[in-house]
Ligand binder design. Structure first.
Ligand code: SF4
Ligand code: SF4
Length: 94
């Protein structure tokens, strides 16, 4: 056993943010198993996906939306809430 390894008391408790405003540093998109794909022909620009996305991964533009795949975790909430059924969850290929 190495004496230089930190003991369990020095490991931060899970779920605690040690630094405010640090979420941008962690690209959580790699967690995704399914990705939302927007059909721009069907999109009515209601921005409900932008409102409901828990990760702030929907980017609002003047009349449309885009997904920021660096942060989208693929939860599917946007697709579920879209009233125009313009978002399809597609299996992620890596
Ligand atoms: S799948 Fe989830 S995380 Fe990704 S854009 Fe939709 S609501 Fe946001
Ligand atoms: S919820 Fe659907 S219709 Fe509304 S902006 Fe998003 S993709 Fe477009």
């Amino acid at each position: 056993m190495s004496e230089s390894k930190p003991g369990w008391k020095s490991i931060p408790i899970a779920g605690i943010l040690l630094e405010p405003g640090s979420a941008m540093k962690y690209k959580t998109g790699s967690w995704r198993a399914f990705r939302p794909v927007i059909d721009e022909e069907k999109c009515i620009g209601c921005f409900l996906c932008w409102i409901y996305c828990p990760d702030g991964a929907v980017i609002r533009e003047e009349k449309s939306v885009k997904i920021n795949y660096d942060y989208c975790k693929g939860c599917g909430i946007c697709a579920n809430e879209c009233p125009a059924k313009a978002i399809t969850m597609v299996e992620e290929k890596r």
